[in-house]
Structures are given as C-alpha cells and as structure tokens.
Design a protein around this ligand. Structure first.
Ligand code: CDP
Length: 796
C-alpha cells in the first residue's frame, strides 16, 4: 500500500517513538509521476538556452561570428564571453580561491568548455542555431596527463594569469613529517604502492538545469534550479550579478539525484540568469547527458603514492602519502576553504597509526574543472581507498591474512574519542565488533577454504572461476562542519531549522537542507515525531526555497542528519519547553510539577491531569492569558553549529568470482555492516547503503572518464561511461551495529555516502585477491584484470 493516510488510515499510525521503518511520504508523488523537477517548469513566454561548446581541449579563440545564429528566425539573443566581460561576469570566482571562465574569452581549456549561449523560442531552435555560430580556433597542444603537467615544457593551461610559469595549483601537507620519517627509518618493513583513483562522474539521473526569471511585479530574480545548496547559491548569485540577496529567490524543486554534482554554480546557470536580464523573459537551460558528463564537476582523479611502515608481524607504525591531484582547467572544487585536498588527511582511516604525513600537489590540466565530493565527504573516498588498499598490499607483502592485519591495527572502542595523527577527533566507534560481525555473516573461514579448493582445481585443470574475498574496514567523517575549522566560500557551515505548531496541533518544519532523493520529507518529520510525540504525517517539511526556509549551507557530504537533523531536534525541544510553560498556564500549576509523556505534558503523580500538544497549541494561539515573558503561539528555531564531525564506519566483505580466461568479474556476495549511530528510519538507511554499494561496484569495475592524448573525452555517454545496473549487483547482505555519536542530540551520524566510501576498496581487494595480484588500478574492467593476471596491469 502506498503511504497516503487519506487512502490508508492504518498507515498514518505513528511509528513507535517516531523512529523506525516507515515508507517514505514523498514516494506517493514520485511513483505516480507527480514529482516536479526543474524541467517540468514552464513559465509564460519562456525562452530556451543552449550552450556552444569547444571541440578542442586547448585552443586560442581567434574570432567568434554570431551573425548566422542571430539571423535564425526563432533566436532572440546570442551571448558570448565578450558580452559577459562588459558586465564583469565573464569569470566566476570558484569556491577554491580561483576563477573559472563562464564563457571563454581568450582560449578554451578543455573539450566541452562553454563558448556561447543561444537563446531561442524553443529548445530545438536554440540547439540548431549553435551550428550557425562560426568560431575560428588556433589549436594548441594540450596537457592531459597530470603526471606531465609540471614538466618544464608542458603547455601552460592558465596563461591568462600574468607571471604564471607552470601548471601548479597548490601544495598542501598535513601530519608530522619528521615523526613519520623517523617511523619509516625505524621500520622493520615498508611496503609502497602507486595507486590511481580515476576521474569519475556523479552522473545523477537528472542532469543540471535552471529556469531564471525576473518577476515583473516584485522586480526580483527568481531562479528554479537543480541545487543542493539553495541559500549558498543565493549568496553566490548576489556576489556575481550585483543583485542584492533580498531580491533573489532560489527554488530547488524535486531533484533527481545530486551526489555532489549539484553543489557548484555552472556557466549554464549564469548564462540563463544573464539572458533573463537582457531579454526580460524567463529562460530555461537543461543540460543533456553528454554535456553533464563532459563539463560539470568530475570527482577524484588522484594519483597517489602510498608507503606503509610496519613490524614484520603486521603492526602498522607509519603511513606516508604523496598525491598528485588533477584539478582540470580551473580549481573549482567545492570544499571547505582551508582544505585544498578536502578531508584527505583523514587517511589513517580506522587504524591506530601514530605517525602519518601526506603531501598533496594540485595541478591544472586541459580537462573539465570540478573535484566535487561525489557521494563522499570531501576527498575522504580517496583517503579511504588509499589506506584500505595499502593494508591489503602490506598483508600481501608479509604473507598475512588481511583480516588478521586489520584485527591487529583497528582502533579499539576504549580509544574513543580518538585524535588521529593528523589532528581529527573521531567521536565514537567499535570497529572490531563491526569487523567480527561482517566476517561471521560472510562465513569467512569457509570462504577461504572454498578459495583454496577452487585455486587448486584451476591449477590442476585450467578450468573454473577463481574466488576472491575483499575486506574494507572504513571510517567516514561527515557533518561539515565546525565553525572553528571550516567554511565554504566564507560562509560558516551551520544549518537552521524552524518549527511551528499550528492551532490544530499539526506542524511545519522549515529546513535549510535540501533532499535530492534521500527522503527528508519523511525522516525529518520522524525527528519531530520523536521529539513531540505527534504523527510524522502531521508534520509538513518545507525545503528548497530560500523565501520559505532559514539560511543554511544545504545537503552534501552526508551532512543533513548530523547538522540539520540536530537543528530540527533542537528546535523541537525548544517547542516542547515552550509548550510546558503554556501547559503550566493552562493547568494553573508550576512548570516544575509537569512531566513529558508520549506527546503531552501531565502533572507529576496525576497523569490524568495534563494537556496534549494539540491542546497546548490551540491554547497558545487562543485567548489564554500567558505569563508576560511568554509570547503566544508555539514555535521554535535553531541555528546549529556542529561541535565536531560525526564518524560513521563500517566493515565490508566482498566476494567475487573471476573468469581467468576473460577477466570478467562477478560480484557473488556483498556483506555490509554499517554503523551510523542511531538510525532514524532504518529502511531509508538501508536504501542509502544499497545505492552506495552499487556506486562502489561501479567505480571499482567500470566507471572512468577517460581521455585520449588530444584531450578528447572518451566517456560522454552512458554507452562509454558505464554505470552498474541490477545485473552487476548481488542481493546485498546488510548488518548493523549502533554506536551513538556522543555530541549529536539524537546520537545519529550521517549515512548517505558511507557505502560509496567503503565499497570500492572491498571490491578491488576481492578481485586482486582472486587473481593473486598485488595491485592494479581501477576500474577493473575485464581487459585490466586479464592484463594484470599476465603481470602487465594497464595505466589509465
Ligand atoms: O545529507 P544527506 O541527506 O545526503 O545524508 P544523511 O544525513 O546521511 O541522510 C540520508 C538519509 O538517511 C536521510 O533521509 C536521513 O534522515 C536518513 N538517516 C537516518 O534515517 N538515520 C541516520 N542515522 C542517518 C541518516
């Protein structure tokens, strides 16, 4: 039964305690096709934009002739970089202390870069007219491989910056270099490995889009847009256009997946806003799939050199990493300002490693900008992959069981709160328990026995599939973030919640975070239900509209539950306390004599005397005389500044079968034990884990944005950029442990991205375990596996 209390009153019964499995309230509209996405918006007189993109990865623009396009009968305007330059909008400041071209003025720096924007009466005419623009290019040699970007003769990507002599973006380090060097000098054993986390793409089902309009009545800019952070976008639009914030409204309607792809501002958005201002008409722009894959934010692209120091029996004594980070043509990474490599320095993962040091060098190349946190908390996916792979490399070199090496090095529960070697304080965890549970669910010993038997059979007969078992015991760090440590583009990373209880006892919760499919309309209503003892169906969750919600930084990096969830719970507690004072006035009793029980304040020792929240709400809005210091009505708000991140974790076991003749991998089983503290809605949590595990299989086995030596993009459609489907995924086997976060009001930690962080290493470890190879880079396509088995792994 679909959950609609009007059709199924039984479904309206509150889940016990507010928390628990409950079907999502929003799914009724989604499964009936009644979702309202940006491309569903159709305003009177609306025009349509299309972007002309560069065929070259690197070329000087000699001239742009827009005459042919302007002559098209349905074209209303053609915008070039020169037009934007006159308004100071040709370059946009990025969130990483750089600028990025909106429309190219001097040269193009990657294939697919935006050059001109055509505005026409319909989408087809706009696209047709792109072919009528005549651009003369002078092709330049591109730099495509990050490992060549700092060569003295490498072509210069950012030669518009006076005095720039190379493609260097930044150097950044964390940890104690001297202590780490000493640990390595004293080490009984050192293993090293070069690893690539390839360039991949968040690839949400819905691509990016916008409808920009100037409201002729209020003279305000109204933007409907695919954005994971409406309030932050409002501030950015104000900075870029000069329109003050109070005259801008950003609305994010239903969104078909974000995964980090919808955090940044893209040239298409700004062109649509500019086009609306010059035409006076609403302008819609919607990317197609190839545009999304070619030009909007990529993720990862980290070349890592890892070194791990250990005793001969596998106790880790040091970890050292050098990273070459490919940032593409502009440093457009969306991440906290002080961390050019995001949270990469949480690379000691779940292990008690006393000495650790990382150095990251960022470089420009002729590829699209980005470096977004694709379903992860700011580069922690790269960090987690690194350490989980290095632990397996160490086990391989020492001839030890990877499970044993993990047992020996995992942090123990009594070590929490734990300050890691690079200074982060992990809030809580019980890693050994999660690992043992996962190994038990997987029947690890039996799997190892089967593996040995299959290997022997293959060696004897040359037939049969090889079995691989891969582990990953990862730690995520989500809920960015504490003001003392981080901001994004100068904005502190707080989130707010406002809760009003109506006279009839139902409520409205207004949030600064923004669901892109994670089910916030349900789970945030459950938080209020938990705190106020009312039905989650009695709570209307408002999000994604800057005119109707309080300021906050939005949803990415699994921060909604840790930050907005805490704000919502705190706002509800404030409402509850206010309700107590109203109830005391109603009952003519001291507040000290009241106790809270199942949605009502009642007299201690006389439970029959009391008032329910609905009765209190009615009284608070009514004619009841309230004490002088108590305003009428019933509402509360909270701006939540998280004191720390939350640290969800998990233990994964992946079981694969590899066909040694073809290199084909089949994921036979995947056991995932996750701990995200208290679970608000276990069904939603499991859905988040399922999605992340599928993502992990995708990255490990098939996803890569590849380029040829000319910088041509080789993955511009889903024919070439492969995504996993149900066919590649096993039936997930989930387990859980619950270690509450001590500083979160509900004890909850984020979960949205744990599985994307933890899964790739488990899959890669399993495949390499099957074929007995020390290391080969992702994606482990059949060609890669086949070559690795022959001692010649491919380099992307
Ligand atoms: O920021 P985002 O919503 O992507 O990530 P999240 O905070 O990890 O939450 C993802 C979904 O799982 C939301 O609907 C949360 O309310 C839900 N969740 C939960 O029910 N219990 C948790 N401990 C964590 C998340």
């Amino acid at each position: 039964t679909l959950v609609d209390p009007r059709r199924d009153p039984a479904a309206a019964a509150p889940v016990p305690n507010g928390f628990g499995p409950m079907l999502r309230k929003e799914d009724g509209r989604f499964v009936r096709g009644r979702g309202r996405f940006v491309d569903d918006i159709d305003l009177p007189g609306m025009l349509h934009g299309a972007v002309l993109r560069s065929p070259y990865a690197h070329a000087r623009i000699v001239s742009i002739d827009t005459g042919g396009a302007l002559a098209h009968p349905k074209v209303r305007a053609v915008i070039t970089g020169a037009d934007l330059e006159r308004r100071g909008m040709a370059w946009l400041p990025t969130l990483s202390h750089d600028v990025a071209a909106v429309l190219a003025t001097d040269k193009v720096r990657y294939q697919g870069q935006e050059i001109a924007f055509v505005v026409a009466e319909d989408r087809y005419s706009a696209r047709d007219a792109l072919a009528l623009i005549d651009v003369e290019y002078e092709p330049l040699a591109p730099v495509v491989d990050a490992r060549r970007a700092l060569d003295p003769d490498a072509p210069l990507v950012r030669d518009e910056v006076p005095g720039r002599a190379d493609n260097h973006v930044f150097d950044w380090e964390a940890g104690d270099a001297a202590a780490t060097d000493a640990a390595f000098a004293a080490a009984e054993h050192v293993s090293t490995c070069d690893l690539l986390y390839p360039r991949v793409h968040p690839a949400p089902l819905e691509t990016c889009g916008i409808v920009a309009a100037l409201d002729p009545v209020t003279d305000r800019l109204v933007v409907h847009c695919t954005t994971q952070a409406p309030h932050a976008h409002r501030t950015l639009y104000a900075t870029l256009t000069g329109i003050p914030e109070h005259r801008i409204r950003i609305v994010a309607p239903d969104i078909g997946g974000g995964f980090g792809n919808k955090v940044a501002l893209y040239p298409g958005y700004l062109c649509a806003v500019y086009a609306a201002t010059i035409t006076g008409a609403p302008v819609k722009w919607t990317e197609d799939r190839s545009e999304n894959l070619m030009s909007t934010s990529f993720a990862r692209d980290y070349h890592m050199h890892g070194e791990i120091a250990a005793t001969k029996d596998g106790r880790i004594t040091g970890l050292r990493v050098r990273v070459l980070a490919d940032h593409g043509a502009f440093n457009g990474t969306s991440q906290p300002s002080k961390f050019p490599a995001g949270f990469f320095h949480i690379f000691t993962g779940s292990y008690a490693i006393q000495a650790a040091h990382c150095r990251v060098t960022g470089v420009y190349t002729n590829k699209a900008p980005g470096g977004v946190a694709y379903a992860c908390s700011f580069r922690i996916t790269e960090a987690s992959y690194l350490v989980e792979r290095m632990v397996d490399v160490l086990a391989f070199d020492l001839g030890l069981d990877p499970a044993q090496v993990r047992r020996k090095n995992l942090l123990r529960p009594e070590q929490f709160p734990y300050r890691c070697a690079t200074g982060w304080v992990y809030d809580s965890g019980d890693y050994p328990r999660a690992l043992e549970q996962a190994l038990e669910m997987a029947e690890y010993a039996e799997l190892r026995a089967e593996q040995a038997q299959r290997r022997a059979e293959y060696e004897r007969t040359g037939e049969g599939a090889l079995l691989g078992i891969g582990l990953s015991t990862f730690t995520e760090a989500v809920g960015a973030g504490p003001k003392k440590q981080m901001d994004i583009g100068g904005l502190g990373m707080a989130d707010a919640a406002e809760l009003s209880v109506h006279p009839d006892g139902t409520a409205e919760l207004r949030l600064s975070c923004m669901s892109q499919g994670q089910g916030h309309e349900t789970t945030f209503a459950q938080i209020i239900a938990h705190e106020l003892g009312i039905s989650p169906y009695a709570v209307n969750v408002v999000q994604g509209d800057t005119d109707r919600t309080p300021f906050g930084l939005g949803t990415y990096g699994s921060r909604s539950t840790p930050v907005s969830g805490a704000a919502a719970a705190t706002a509800a507690r404030r409402v509850r306390e206010r309700a107590k004072l109203v109830a005391a006035a109603m009952l003519e009793i001291s507040p000290a004599d009241l106790e809270w029980e199942a949605g009502r304040w009642q007299v201690r020792g006389d439970p029959a005397a009391g008032a329910s929240l609905a009765e209190i709400a009615r009284a608070a809005h009514g004619s009841l005389e309230l004490p002088d210091d108590l305003e009428g009505q019933l509402s509360g708000r909270c701006v939540y500044n998280p004191p720390n991140l939350t640290f969800p974790f998990g233990a994964y076991v992946c079981v694969v079968e590899v066909d040694p003749g073809t290199g084909q991998v089949r994921v036979r089983r995947f056991v995932a034990v996750d701990d995200c503290g208290v679970r608000i809605n276990p069904t939603v949590v499991e859905g988040q884990i399922h999605g992340g595990l599928a993502d992990g299989i995708g990255m490990a086995l098939m996803e890569v944005l590849a380029f040829d030596t000319d910088g041509n993009h080789l993955g511009a459609s889903f024919m070439d950029y492969l995504l996993p489907t149900a066919l590649e995924c096993p039936s997930w086997e989930l387990g859980q442990t619950v270690t509450p976060s001590p500083h979160h009001p509900l004890g909850a930690k984020g979960i949205g991205e744990s599985a994307t962080v933890g899964a790739p290493a488990a899959v890669v470890n399993a495949v390499l375990d099957a074929i007995g190879v020390r290391h080969a880079d992702m994606p482990l396509t059949p060609a890669q596996v086949w070559s690795a088995m022959r001692g010649r792994p491919l380099r992307t």
